[in-house]
Design a protein around this ligand. Structure first.
Ligand SMILES: [Zn+2]
Length: 214
């Protein structure tokens, strides 16, 4: 059976990021979206806020999304989604980097994602390079090195060694943080003169637990 030499890694959302800013009532700084959006109308002018809850003391606070905007400037469907606390609208506002910048807070993406690795099984004798496409369901900044450690099941030194041996061709740098999709190539050493199986255990296991050079 023919298999193409491609794998897909997906950064899946497991939670929304925390909004980090001081709480007026307690020393806590982490906030979660409460799931609500408040819309106040004054004549034809609208105010829209995203409501947050302090993780520590549960105090509700507001993030201004729109201030004194004319009702005609908002798409009717968007206004309806705000009025109905549409979870997709809450998500969109919570992960918005521009809203965070405008309101002077930071987003903490820790614990917001997990890596879903889908590597097809290949013939044992295949030594063709594997092209891996990484896609992001959410714009969580993820260190490329950490992605490789998780995806390949390797320690940091071993990921670095693979890169040094030219077994990973990576467009973004290992130390960069990616938050959108990219592709890279993984080479399996056919007859590795200088790389032992012990040095590259993921390749030794790739595609599925067969020893190198077997
Ligand atoms: Zn608090």
């Amino acid at each position: 059976m023919h298999t193409d030499r491609k794998a897909l890694w997906a950064v899946r959302q497991s939670a929304l990021p925390a909004v980090v800013r001081p709480c007026p009532d307690c020393p806590g700084t982490r906030h979660r979206p409460s799931g609500k959006i408040r819309v106040n109308a004054s004549g034809k002018l609208l105010d829209v806020w995203l409501l947050l809850s302090c993780v520590n003391c549960d105090r509700t606070s507001k993030v201004p999304v729109h201030e004194r905007v004319h009702v005609s400037t908002l798409e009717p469907s968007r206004l309806v989604s705000y009025e109905n606390n549409d979870p997709a609208a809450v998500r969109e506002l919570t992960i918005s980097a521009s809203l965070a910048a405008r309101n002077n807070y930071r987003l903490d993406w820790d614990g917001t994602w997990e890596l879903d690795v889908r590597t097809p099984l290949y013939a044992l004798d295949s030594v063709a390079p594997l092209r891996i496409r990484v896609v992001f369901d959410l714009p969580a900044p993820v260190r490329v090195e950490r992605l490789l450690m998780l995806g390949l099941g390797l320690s940091r030194p071993r990921v670095r060694r693979m890169l040094a041996h030219g077994l990973v061709l990576l467009p973004p740098g290992l130390g960069t943080k990616a938050h959108r999709g990219f592709e890279f190539t993984l080479h399996r050493p056919a007859t590795p003169p200088s790389v032992s199986a012990a040095e590259v255990p993921a390749l030794a296991r790739w595609p599925h637990s067969e020893p190198l050079g077997a």
